[in-house]
Design a protein around this ligand. Structure first.
Ligand SMILES: Cc1cc2nc3c(=O)[nH]c(=O)nc-3n(C[C@H](O)[C@H](O)[C@H](O)COP(=O)(O)OP(=O)(O)OC[C@H]3O[C@@H](n4cnc5c(N)ncnc54)[C@H](O)[C@@H]3O)c2cc1C
Length: 383
């Protein structure tokens, strides 16, 4: 066993932490207040080669291992949780396109994703189908060398900033998971309409709904096999779940560190708050939980890098880490007293932002269904 990160990983993490503190953190609240996508920060992340981490070198990426990408997502989230979606989305979409897209799609899109020129989002959820993703009803019908897409996608992160989406559709409406096919759909074509959501948090992530009305997509834009969309592409979600877990832990860790500094300065009853065990003990308990959770994440990413099974572990990371991160941040907010409830400290924004990823990419209940399936076996699934 070896719990050390490599020298290269350590030095990359150091550079990214510095960038997150100096460049991202000062404007974290700005994008939230303006409800704007942080294009400026995206470009800076691209300059540091952080947007092509899981894209092959052949297409301009870094071909980094999964552990390295996780470390970078965690560090970025300490500065700006929403900017760390850049690593999340580009790793998820990069992995999917790299493995399953046609050469034409890879050449057109992967290279530009790595440089930050293009943003590609994932459109799976529909108004009536979230957890039960196999129940989607957006249709793709083959007509000659094209497919024609009709339907509505909801809750899509980055949609209002994106140039294209990986859209999940039904090519066989009589089947569930085996009838699903994924397509790369450029968003600048006729038949596409986009609407926004008045979100509680992660406003900079510009989530939206996508309406597809007779949208024509060339057959080359099919990702993987027809009917293979769910089974092939969904494997990439085992990866994004761990990245999300580390993003949440990064935001919580930073909040605890800030709170430790706050309680050293804040005096009550003639003494620094930090001297009261009612304050220091919960903070130390959170540090302990976050540390344990972090190693679950890095072990899971290591399993993925080694090509070993990790579906169960990824689902464990995805329910546990957002939950403990939200609760840790909530405790920190209360320890700040009324100041924590204001926008003077980033703690209230972190809480709103991190809650989003208790839902996005699969809720805790769905993760527990996955873990149960892996432990009890498929025959004990509730559906
Ligand atoms: C911040 C954020 C970002 C997102 N980004 C994207 C994105 O980029 N692309 C995309 O396609 N989607 C995205 N989503 C959508 C997200 O994936 C879905 O919201 C999620 O899968 C849950 O689906 P739902 O909202 O339809 O809830 P429902 O499926 O209606 O579930 C409602 C509640 O019931 C629970 N539940 C459901 N089934 C069971 C069961 N069998 N047993 C026990 N409890 C159950 C759920 O856990 C949940 O609490 C995002 C959502 C958020 C909040």
């Amino acid at each position: 066993m070896d719990f050390r990160f490599s020298d290269v990983q350590e030095s990359m993490a150091k550079v990214v932490r510095n960038f997150a503190n100096k460049v991202l953190l000062p404007k974290y609240g700005y994008w939230d207040e303006k409800e704007e996508f942080p294009y400026e920060q995206w470009a800076k992340m691209a300059e540091l080669d952080l947007l092509g981490l899981r894209i092959s070198e052949q297409y301009g990426g870094q071909e980094a291992d999964c552990v390295t990408a996780g470390l970078i997502a965690e560090e970025l989230a300490r500065g700006d949780f929403n900017c760390s979606y850049g690593v999340l989305m580009n790793c998820l979409v990069g992995d999917i396109l790299d493995r399953f897209a046609t050469e034409l799609v890879k050449t057109n899109w992967l290279t530009k994703m790595a440089t930050g020129e293009k943003i590609v989002c994932i459109a799976l959820t529909e108004p009536h189908a979230g957890c039960d993703a196999a129940a989607i009803s957006t249709r793709a019908i083959k007509k000659g060398n094209n497919y024609v897409l009709n339907g509505e996608k909801s809750a899509i992160s980055l949609l209002r900033a994106a140039n294209a989406a990986v859209v999940f559709t039904k090519t066989d409406p009589t089947a569930r998971a085996k009838g699903i096919s994924a397509f790369l759909v450029p968003l600048d074509q006729p038949g596409i309409t986009i609407q926004s959501y008045p979100d509680m948090g992660s406003k900079a992530i510009v989530r939206g709904s996508l309406f597809l009305d007779d949208v024509v997509v060339p057959a080359e834009n099919l990702i993987g096999d027809e009917g293979g969309g769910f089974i092939q592409v969904m494997q990439a979600f085992d990866y994004s779940r761990v990245i999300i877990a580390l993003m949440c832990l990064g935001a919580a860790q930073k909040t605890i560190e800030e709170t430790i500094e706050y309680v050293k300065q804040r005096n009550v009853f003639g003494q620094p708050l930090a001297k009261f065990e009612g304050i220091s003990f919960p903070l130390m308990e959170w540090l302990t939980r976050l540390e344990a959770a972090r190693w679950l994440c890095y072990r899971t990413l290591w399993l993925r890098d080694e090509g070993l099974p990790h579906t169960k572990e990824a689902a464990m990371c995805k329910w546990l880490c957002p939950e403990i991160s939200v609760t840790a941040i909530h405790d920190c907010l209360l320890i700040h007293g009324h100041y924590g409830y204001t926008r003077e400290f980033p703690v209230e924004q972190r809480m709103r932002d991190v809650i989003g990823l208790q839902i996005g990419d699969g809720t805790a209940q769905v993760q527990k269904i996955i873990i149960s399936r892996e432990v009890f076996g498929r025959e004990y699934l509730p559906y």
